[in-house]
Design a protein around this ligand. Sequence first.
Ligand code: PRP
Ligand code: URA
Length: 209
Amino acid sequence: MGNVHVLDHPLIQHKLTFIRDVSTGTKEFRELVDEVSTLMAFEITRNLQLQEVTVETPVGPAKSYTLAGKKLGVVPILRAGLGMTDGIIKLIPAAKVGHVGLYRDPETLQPVEYYVKLPSDVEEREFIVIDPMLATGGSAIEALNSLKKRGAQNLKLMCLIAAPEGVALVQEAHPDVDIYLASMDEKLNDKGYIVPGLGDAGDRLFGTK
Ligand code: PRP
Ligand code: URA
């Protein structure tokens, strides 16, 4: 079973409060999602492998370290995942970015896939799949299916807010995938929205409604 990590860094929790706040407008919402994504990526990448190298400083040789191991990929689930992408790749600029386009049918709440584009060396990369919201879990499960079908083997899922029901379904469908959250909220309401959540992440990021 994949582990669920709630990232309780004070800066993440502080910024999440303002992301949730209904009075936070689009500009500030977007900036805060970007900042929290950077902070979460910092936590998630703490176990990346290093290799020892020697670098020449102005004073002489220094034994130092660079990243080794698998190359990274970031996969936003469109559209709201786009709001988290820059925050991560500013920290890991060598990461390639794939996209999985899914929307949740408002009646059935089932995910509908409309676009997939991944880096060509998908088998060799370790991917972080990103979406602010993990509600029923349908979109995350479908995005992970889509990546695995195309050869991805090493996957992590990073979301700002999740509902316990959705997390349980993702764990069941993808026991190999660790899940990283800023908050595990209380429940889903009868429209499949996370309570208390933050509302509709895509609409708040892009100013649609
Ligand atoms: C939202 C959100 C997730 C999905 C979560 O996207 O960004 O992708 O819902 O819900 P689930 O866990 O029940 O599948 P939405 O379908 O609203 O599309 P959008 O990002 O294009 O607005
Ligand atoms: N999608 C959102 O954007 N918010 C929710 O609470 C659930 C799904």
